[in-house]
Structure formats: structure tokens, C-alpha cells
Design a protein around this ligand. Structure first.
Ligand code: SAM
Length: 217
């Protein structure tokens, strides 16, 4: 986008605060300084787009807090050649962040109206390497598997087995796991032999992953 949006100062203030807190490294923070979060939220939330807060979007869902986006993206260790799967497109903001770092992003959203809105915003901003699909992402997206990295931005009761199956050896899966209200952010790593290890990055709160391998509606 060439025109001045008027939020540049607020955006760099937010990114500076995230840098001081060590929320992520330079590459991820550079992306957060570029992707215009204000474009992904509704008019009524635009003045809050660069506060470090989760904000409401359509369909009773949320756009994640920037510090959490920074932490999850850093934990995913995306490289330029990576083929990435995201579950829970929501506004499409995290999709854009991933598209800045990866070769290709497939993002799955269960709510068609959110998927359509995210597609329009991503196209408007010129992201040609991200596509949004409608479906139950708790089952992954087998048509484009396997993936180098998988990010889930909704809370799952356990690590969905289909997602593990769609992860390449050496790949990473980052997701909130736990109860419907409170979860731990888990990084699952699959080594070249297929062995799986898990570590927690601490407590988070996400809306539920609704689906066959998630929570009932
Ligand atoms: N990453 C998003 C962003 O940057 O705006 C925020 C995602 S929001 C916290 C979680 C999203 O997951 C919601 O849009 C919700 O509809 C979606 N969701 C929940 N269960 C899902 C499922 N089984 N498959 C795909 N999307 C799902």
C-alpha cells in the first residue's frame, strides 16, 4: 500500500514495545512492523489496532494479541522455502504475517464469511502466496500436505493426530492445548526419525477449535 494510513507511529511504538519485551527476533518483528493490522479489523476497532490486545472480529471470533502472534510466529521458525498450514484464518492477519516469511501459506477457516473477508483483505494487500480454504481445520488440509510448519490459532483439547500426520519430518506444529477457556502454548517438533517432542511456552487464552478433532460446537 502506498497511501499513508495514519497509524504508522502507533504501529512502530507497538513493535518497539514488543522488541523491548523480547517477544520475537528481528525478522518476525520486522514483519509486524510491515503488516497493517488496522486493515484486518473492522472500522469500529481500527483505533485500537496497534494496542497489544486481542480484538473482536465478525462471527464472535478474535484477532490475536500482537505479542502472541509474535511469540507463535517465532516459535514456528518459518523459513523462506517453507510450505505452511494455518488453522483458524479469522481476520487473515496471522496469515499475512506467515505469508511474509514463507514460500506458501494454506489457511483453513470454518466460518465461510470470515474466510471470504480474509481472502478479500489478503488480495487487496497483494499476498499472492496465501490461500484461504473453508473447512474443519482440526482435520488439517490433506490436499496440500505435507507441511514444513503448522500453526493453529484456536484452542484444541489435545494435539490433533491428523495435523501430526501432515507435518514433514523435521517440521514444527505450534498450537494452544488445554481446556475451553485456558490453555498452554505447545511447540511440537517432529524429528527426521518421526519422534515427537513437546514443550510449553506458557499460558494463553484462545477461542475453541470447533471440529471433529477439536471441541463440539
Ligand atoms: N489467526 C486469526 C487472526 O489473525 O485473525 C485469529 C484466529 S481466531 C483466534 C480463531 C479462528 O479459528 C476463528 O476464526 C474460528 O472461526 C476458527 N476456527 C475454529 N475452529 C476451527 C476449525 N475446526 N477449523 C478452522 N477454523 C476454525
Amino acid at each position: 500500500m502506498n497511501e499513508t494510513r495514519g497509524w504508522e507511529t502507533a504501529q512502530s511504538r507497538l513493535v518497539d514495545a514488543l522488541r523491548r519485551r523480547g517477544a520475537a527476533g528481528d525478522a518476525v518483528l520486522g514483519v509486524l512492523a510491515r503488516v497493517p493490522r488496522d486493515v484486518f479489523v473492522g472500522e469500529e476497532q481500527r483505533h485500537r489496532a496497534f494496542e497489544d490486545e486481542a480484538l473482536p472480529i465478525a462471527g464472535g471470533q478474535t484477532i490475536s494479541q500482537p505479542a502472541v502472534v509474535a511469540m507463535m510466529t517465532e516459535a514456528l521458525a518459518v523459513r523462506p522455502e517453507h510450505h505452511v498450514l494455518e488453522i483458524g484464518t479469522g481476520s487473515g492477519y496471522q496469515t499475512a504475517v506467515l505469508a511474509e516469511l514463507a514460500s506458501e501459506v494454506v489457511s483453513v477457516e470454518r466460518k465461510p464469511e470470515l474466510a471470504e473477508h480474509a481472502r478479500r483483505v489478503l488480495a487487496y494487500l497483494g499476498y499472492r502466496n496465501a490461500r484461504v480454504e473453508v473447512g474443519d481445520g482440526s482435520l488439517g488440509w490433506p490436499d496440500a500436505a505435507p507441511y514444513d510448519s503448522i500453526l493453529v490459532t484456536a484452542a484444541s483439547p489435545a494435539v490433533p493426530v491428523h495435523l501430526l500426520e501432515q507435518l514433514k519430518p523435521g517440521g514444527r506444529l505450534v498450537l494452544p492445548v488445554g481446556g475451553r477457556d485456558d490453555q498452554e502454548l505447545i511447540v511440537v517438533t517432529r524429528d527426521a526419525q518421526g519422534n515427537v517432542t513437546e514443550r510449553s511456552l506458557g499460558p494463553v487464552r484462545f477461542v475453541p477449535l470447533i471440529g471433529a478433532q477439536g471441541w463440539p460446537e
